[in-house]
Design a protein around this ligand. Structure first.
Ligand SMILES: Nc1nc2c(ncn2[C@@H]2O[C@H](COP(=O)(O)OP(=O)(O)OP(=O)(O)O)[C@@H](O)[C@H]2O)c(=O)[nH]1
Ligand SMILES: [Mg+2]
Length: 224
């Protein structure tokens, strides 16, 4: 993922985990490098932007070394902009999460939901589990097998994207059976881990191939 961003002009990608303060310390220096010459008595002004619930405020707290911004494992925790100065002549602005006004592409919508960027009430979470299970099985079979202590995964079968799944109800259990594991385990993970960092969601598995839909996600979110 770093390569994709790094290939763009005036852009640098840095994979960090918000709890790893040693990695975070690289960020002010990188900001100065990107900003170029700034008067010695001025800060570099930085906006932290990205999709909801992706770790922007946690990143700011980590950079500031204290809890300034409110955080939480749900979208729209940050309601307004908040500015904070940190060491190294950097002024950070936290911002509310942003999404496209309308997400036309169903696959993108389900990926966003899987990361927690979309409220539980706005999308059918069983469908999210189905699509996410299938995508993980396809892209990260080893990680999935390890996480859920599975002996093996059956051959990949594309799920029916659930925009028509309600019309064709039986496809849900079919897919879960074909996949050979219980997609509800993923749902239970989401429920059990609410309020805590969710390692599979924003961690050792990156659900989003950047070209799919997420090029605007906060760079800090896919690292650990
Ligand atoms: N696994 C993991 N979880 C993280 C990381 N950074 C933040 N989180 C968790 O992600 C959740 C969301 O964090 P926030 O900082 O509130 O996210 P945000 O992007 O500010 O969210 P909004 O303000 O709602 O847009 C919290 O439960 C954090 O503990 C990380 O590096 N790894
Ligand atoms: Mg926030």
């Amino acid at each position: 993922m770093g390569g994709l961003f790094d290939a763009q002009e005036n852009m640098r990608a840095l994979a960090v985990t918000t709890t790893n303060t040693r990695e975070l310390k690289k960020i002010p220096k990188l900001c100065h490098e990107l900003a170029g010459a700034v008067r010695a008595d001025r800060d570099v002004r930085v906006m932290v932007m990205g999709i909801p619930n992706v770790g922007k405020s946690t990143l700011i707290n980590g950079l500031a070394g204290r809890k300034i911004a409110k955080t939480g494992n749900e979208p729209a925790v940050t309601k307004r902009q908040q500015k904070v100065r940190i060491d190294g002549r950097v002024a950070l602005t936290d911002t509310p999460g942003v999404l496209w006004p309308k997400i036309e592409d169903q696959a993108s919508a389900y990926r966003l939901a899987a990361t927690g960027a979309i409220r539980d009430t706005a999308i059918e979470y069983t469908d999210v589990a189905i699509v996410t299970s299938a995508e993980l099985a396809k892209r990260y079979p080893d990680a999935l097998t390890a996480r859920y202590k599975l002996k093996e995964l059956p051959p990949y079968t594309a799920p029916d994207i659930p925009h028509d799944i309600d019309a064709d109800g039986p496809k849900k259990p079919d897919f879960l059976a074909i996949a050979g594991f219980d997609g509800n385990a993923i749902l239970q993970d989401i429920a059990a881990r609410r309020g805590r960092p969710t390692p599979w969601r924003r961690g050792w598995i990156c659900i989003a191939a950047p070209k799919c839909c997420f090029t605007s996600c906060a760079m800090a979110s896919w690292a650990d």
